[in-house]
Design a protein around this ligand. Structure first.
Ligand SMILES: Cc1cc2nc3c(=O)[nH]c(=O)nc-3n(C[C@H](O)[C@H](O)[C@H](O)COP(=O)(O)OP(=O)(O)OC[C@H]3O[C@@H](n4cnc5c(N)ncnc54)[C@H](O)[C@@H]3O)c2cc1C
Ligand code: SF4
Ligand code: SF4
Length: 441
């Protein structure tokens, strides 16, 4: 069953005080802060679950707290809040001011499972015969063609992957609530509100133009998000092994600034979090594989936040090796190891090579969303949403009543993201109150 052009079934109009676009940690925090002040909020999320990148992380720097222990309660609080409505699988089509209101048109993609009937029992998943690489687990394990996105996904409702489904009918047969609906259609929604917070976050820098780094070509070169899954307590293997042969790696390397501070990729800026997350992962790896050698190849270490320099010094004291050198090329040896060719900056810049069992690319951050064609929200030269008053009101955009939070405005860590989300919610609340006062006057 492939996607077919079908007429929109109906057009529901929904009214709220505030729209939050993006259900990552920034969007959830902004929604909760607004809802706690009694404003009615809708969270529009494009994925099948809220939670953003943070729910996919293992532990977080600098405290090494479990990421899902922080994110899951916020996801649940938003889902159960009387003033918050969450709409998943949604594509924002347009966002405009009309007669003083902000009007968003949204298409909710079909899940092929009835949201009101599904009880999340996973019988469909067990019954489905089709296996597909599970990108939620870094592509290391398989999922079914109908599945619940991940164990703590919200909502806990199955979703059918129409690209891989063979329409065998088994899931519908075993579903105890008759929830599978192969004929579900996209729904067009009109959402009206007075204000909006854009919290659309980031993606990892694509390295398609950087063939010399071997991503997707060399099995034992993985991304930092894949390593987060390997380190997660409920990750794909519950231990760290390398993909090619399941061997526990004895020698692990991190390549810093892979996709940041690199004009050839159009990403000239520093992504700010990669040094810190690489140090965090290296520390976690030292615990998981005490005998492994871990080396971080870097240009500069940017440990910018409170307690971060100490975190870096602790990593050095634990025996993690830091080598100042720009990686020129990554290749594979005949025994599936990975050779790094680098400019050793502390040895007169000579070209050196070293082999490792497993290499992690510390990829940078690029915006996940481009407003072009959807709303006239200006972006900066780096494509992140432009802040109108970066020094005095950093969450204000150039559109009246539209605010921005988290990585949608530029690379940042979780602490800064949550702080900024609180500030955006406060700005939105002041805006809502000022409109109410104007109307009352
Ligand atoms: C490998 C790695 C490890 C990290 N480790 C740490 C750490 O240990 N400590 C730390 O402080 N930081 C860490 N970070 C940074 C952290 O992940 C971010 O600071 C944080 O996730 C930003 O949250 P966000 O809500 O702004 O963005 P996101 O998490 O990207 O959430 C954005 C949400 O918006 C949705 N969205 C996007 N576009 C649209 C649209 N058009 N319509 C609707 N929805 C949309 C997305 O699907 C997503 O759910 C790490 C980052 C990486 C890559
Ligand atoms: S109909 Fe599709 S999703 Fe359902 S069991 Fe068959 S292959 Fe899996
Ligand atoms: S679709 Fe049916 S079988 Fe699948 S999780 Fe939902 S209720 Fe259970």
């Amino acid at each position: 069953m492939k996607e077919v052009e079908r007429p929109m079934e109906n057009k529901r109009t929904l009214d709220f005080d505030a729209i939050v676009v993006g259900g990552g940690i920034a969007g959830l925090q902004a929604a909760l802060d607004l809802a706690d002040q009694d404003f009615r909020v809708v969270v529009i999320e494009k994925d099948a679950s809220i939670g953003g990148k943070m729910i996919r992380l293992s532990k977080v720097f600098p405290t090494l707290d479990c990421a899902s222990c922080i994110t899951t309660p916020k996801m649940a609080a938003a889902a159960h809040h009387d003033n918050i409505t969450i709409l998943t699988d949604c594509d924002l089509q347009s966002l405009k001011r009309q007669d003083g209101d902000l009007v968003a048109t949204v298409t909710q993609r079909p899940r092929y499972v009835d949201l009101d009937k599904c009880i999340g029992c996973r019988q469909c998943e067990y019954g489905c015969p089709v296996f597909v690489p599970d990108q939620e687990e870094g592509g290391f394990t398989m999922r079914k063609a109908i599945y619940i996105p991940f164990s703590n996904a919200i909502p806990q409702i199955a979703t059918l992957d129409v690209e891989n489904c063979t329409l065998c009918g088994k899931c519908a047969k075993v579903c105890p609530t008759d929830a599978v609906d192969y004929f579900q259609m996209p729904e067009a929604l009109v959402v009206r509100a007075k204000t909006a917070v854009m919290a659309t976050g980031f993606n990892l820098t694509p390295l398609n133009q950087k063939k010399e780094y071997g991503q997707g070509q060399i099995q034992n070169v993985i991304t930092s998000l894949q390593m987060e899954r390997l380190l997660a307590p409920h990750g794909p293997y519950q231990r760290v092994i390398r993909p090619s042969d399941g061997k526990e790696p004895d020698s692990i390397a991190y390549v810093q600034c892979a996709g940041s501070r690199d004009k050839s990729l159009g990403v000239p800026y520093c992504s700010r979090v990669c040094c810190m997350y690489a140090i965090k992962q290296a520390m976690l790896l030292s615990g998981a594989l005490p005998l492994a050698d871990i080396t971080i190849y870097y240009m500069d270490i940017r440990a910018f936040g409170k307690g971060y320099e100490q975190f870096f010094q602790n990593a050095k004291a634990m025996g993690i090796e830091f080598v100042k050198g720009k990686i020129a090329a990554i290749s594979q040896t005949s025994d599936q190891n990975v050779t790094l060719k680098y400019e050793a900056q502390e040895e007169d810049g000579r070209l050196a090579t070293r082999d490792h069992d497993l290499v992690i690319l510390s990829l940078g951050m690029v915006p996940d969303w481009n407003p072009a064609g959807i709303c006239n929200l200006p972006t900066d030269s780096d494509a992140f949403i432009r802040c109108a008053m970066p020094q005095t009101a950093p969450t204000r955009t150039e559109l009246d009543g539209v605010f921005v939070a988290g990585v949608a405005a530029g690379p940042k860590d979780i602490v800064d993201t949550i702080t900024e989300a609180g500030a955006a919610a406060m700005e939105a609340s002041i805006y809502l109150k000022s409109i109410a006062n104007e109307r009352a006057a």
